[in-house]
Ligand binder design. Structure first.
Ligand SMILES: [Zn+2]
Length: 123
């Protein structure tokens, strides 16, 4: 195991550097934990975006739950854009989320618009 501080090659099972006394095991576990958590955060946002976008797309054509669609559409676009702007993992999913959210939002507005114009004809 190589020391991160001084570069001294230590025994694989040693916890402290023999040359400078730096903690070896802790450094490695910290960096690997950091990588895992940042990876999860990055793709998590893109996955959330895609899931919200797809659900929003399905829900926007169902009359009773249409109001939920608007929230999901906006969330999917926001999550997707944050993920893209911060260059996180899961770029494809983030784009899919923004596209689905955008289409769902347009559909939602068209449905609401049609409902209002349809209703106004009766008045
Ligand atoms: Zn060292």
């Amino acid at each position: 195991m190589k020391c991160l501080k001084c570069g001294f090659e230590n025994q694989p099972d040693s916890r402290f550097c023999l040359k400078c006394g730096e903690l070896l095991a802790l450094d490695e576990s910290n960096s690997s934990l950091g990588n895992v958590s940042s990876g999860n955060n990055g793709s998590g946002l893109a996955i959330a975006s895609m899931v919200c976008g797809i659900i929003g797309l399905v829900v926007c054509i169902v009359p009773i739950v249409q109001a939920i669609s608007f929230i999901l559409d906006v969330l999917s676009i926001i999550f997707g854009l944050i993920s893209l702007v911060k260059k996180r993992e899961g770029k494809g999913m983030a784009i899919a989320g923004v596209v689905c959210g955008g289409i769902a939002l347009v559909l939602y507005l068209l449905v609401i618009g049609a409902a209002y114009s349809g209703a106004s004809k009766f008045i």
